[in-house]
Write a protein that binds this ligand. Structure first.
Ligand code: NAD
Length: 381
C-alpha cells in the first residue's frame, strides 16, 4: 500500500495554488505578517480546560508557524501557573471581562476559542471585533443562527475563521480524502461512521447540561461521525432521518445519549452514523465500487489506524493539533487553503439541527440543500 509521508505532503502543499511556489516567498510573507517571536503568529487560548491544557498548549510548543502568546481565563490560579510554565507575561493574560482589550495586543494574531459550546459565539464574535483571526472549537455554536453571527462578524472584521477540526490536517484522514478525490476504489456506495464514548463521570459536567452544551452525544461526538461520512464520500448529504435511544435516563437527564441517522447522497451513496455517550466506538468505513477503506479509530487524538481492501495503512504519528494550528497559520501567512473554514462548522450545525428535527418528528426524512461544495476546504459562498 502506498504511503504518503507527512514531509512529502507538506512539500506538495508548499507548491501552493495556481502553480506559484509559496515556499520561495514564505520568509517574506512571514516577516510582513508578523514581526514577533521567530516570525511566528501569536495564538491566545481562551478557556484553559482539559483540551487547552493537555493538547493545544503542548502542541503550540512545537508549531513552526505559530506559538502560544497569550491566555484568557477566569481562574487566577491557572493564569499564574500558565504564566510560569509557558513564560507568558502579564500583559498577555486576560480574563473574560478584560478580553476585549486584546485588540491592543499586537503580539496576538489568532484567538482560539476552547470554551463550553454556549460561549463559542460570544467569544468568536468578540475576537473578530478585536481584529483577531479566529479558531472556533467544535461544535461551532449552539445553533445555525449563532454560526451565521460568527461568520458575519469575521467577514465584517476581515479576519480569517477556522474550525478546530484537527483531523483535516492528519495524514490518515488526508489519505481517505485522496481516495475520494482520485476515486481509488471507485464511487462510495455505503459509508458508516461511529463516534462515541461511555460517559459516567460527574453528572454536573457542562456536556450534560443543554444550556451550556446545546445537546448531548450528537453535538459532542456526532460531529465527528458527520464529518467522517462527508469527507469519506466527498459529498454533502441531500437528506437525513434519525432516531434517538435512551437507556440511562437517570444520568442523561437533559441531553441525548445515543443517536443513529441515515443519509442519502446525490451520487446514490447511502450513509449511516451512530453517536453515543453510552457506547465506546470510533470508526469510519466506506464500501465502494471496487474495494473499501476503513479508519479505526477514526477520530481519536493519536494514533489513528487504517486499512483498505488493498492493505494496511501506516503513517508517521504527529500531534494533530500541531499540524492543525500550523495549517491555519499557513492559511493566514501564505494564503494557503483554509482546510477547515467556518462554513464547514455551519454546514455541520445545519445537519445537527436536521437530525434533532427528524427525531422530534418521529424519524421523518429531512431534506438538506447545500450549494455544491458548501463547507468544503476553502469554499466561499
Ligand atoms: P473543559 O470542561 O475541560 O474546559 C472548559 C473550560 O471553560 C474550563 O477552563 C472552564 O473553567 C471554562 N469555563 C468558563 N465558563 C464556564 C462555564 N460556564 N461552565 C464550564 N466551564 C466554563 O472542556 P474541554 O474538554 O476543554 O472542551 C472545551 C471545548 O473544546 C468544547 O467546545 C469541546 O467540544 C472542544 N473540544 C474539542 C476537542 C477536539 O478534539 N477538537 C477535544 C476536546 C474538546
Amino acid at each position: 500500500m502506498k504511503k504518503l509521508g507527512r514531509r512529502k505532503f507538506n512539500t506538495t502543499l508548499l507548491k501552493g495554488v495556481g502553480g506559484i511556489s509559496l515556499a520561495a516567498n514564505a520568509p517574506i510573507a512571514c516577516a510582513m505578517a508578523t514581526n514577533k517571536k521567530e516570525n511566528k503568529l501569536g495564538v491566545a487560548l481562551v478557556g484553559l480546560g482539559s483540551y487547552s491544557t493537555y493538547q493545544l498548549a503542548p502542541a503550540l510548543q512545537n508549531t513552526q508557524y505559530c506559538h502560544l502568546a497569550g491566555i484568557v481565563t477566569g481562574t487566577p490560579s491557572k493564569a499564574r501557573l500558565w504564566s510560569q510554565q509557558y513564560d507568558i507575561a502579564q500583559e498577555h493574560i486576560y480574563d473574560y471581562d478584560s478580553f476585549d482589550t486584546i485588540a491592543n495586543d499586537d503580539s496576538i494574531d489568532v484567538v482560539y476559542v476552547v470554551l463550553p459550546n454556549s460561549m463559542h459565539a460570544e467569544f468568536c464574535i468578540r475576537a473578530a471585533k478585536a481584529g483577531k483571526h479566529v479558531i472556533c472549537e467544535k461544535p461551532m455554536a449552539m445553533n445555525v443562527e449563532e454560526c451565521d453571527a460568527i461568520l458575519e462578524a469575521c467577514e465584517n472584521a476581515g479576519v480569517r475563521l477556522g474550525m478546530g477540526y484537527r483531523l483535516h490536517s492528519e495524514p490518515y484522514t488526508q489519505e481517505i480524502q485522496r481516495y475520494v478525490r482520485e476515486k481509488t476504489f471507485g464511487n462510495v456506495r455505503y459509508i458508516t461512521a461511529e463516534a462515541g464514548y461511555y460517559s459516567a463521570s460527574d453528572p454536573q459536567q457542562w456536556r450534560l447540561d443543554k444550556k451550556r452544551s446545546g445537546g448531548g452525544a450528537l453535538v459532542n461526538m456526532g460531529v465527528y461521525a458527520i464529518q467522517s461520512i462527508i469527507y469519506g464520500t466527498g459529498e454533502n448529504p441531500i437528506s437525513v432521518s434519525a432516531q434517538e435511544y435512551s437507556t440511562r435516563p437517570d444520568y442523561f437527564k437533559d441531553t441525548d445519549e445515543t443517536i443513529t441517522a441515515q443519509f442519502q447522497f446525490k451520487s446514490g451513496a447511502v450513509g449511516n452514523i451512530m453517536t453515543s455517550h453510552n457506547v465506546s466506538a470510533n470508526r469510519l468505513k466506506a464500501f465502494c465500487e471496487s474495494g473499501w477503506y476503513e479508519l479505526d479509530p477514526a477520530s481519536t487524538y493519536i494514533p489513528l489506524a487504517g486499512r483498505t481492501s488493498q492493505g494496511v495503512l501506516e503513517f508517521e504519528q504527529e500531534s494533530q493539533q500541531q499540524l492543525q494550528m500550523d495549517d491555519f497559520a499557513k492559511h493566514i501567512l501564505f494564503d494557503m487553503p483554509n482546510l477547515v473554514p467556518g462554513e464547514m462548522g455551519k454546514r455541520d450545525m445545519i445537519i445537527v439541527e436536521a437530525i434533532y428535527k427528524s427525531i422530534a418528528e418521529g424519524g421523518t426524512t429531512q431534506p438538506l440543500d447545500f450549494a455544491p461544495g458548501y463547507g468544503f476546504a476553502s469554499s466561499r459562498y
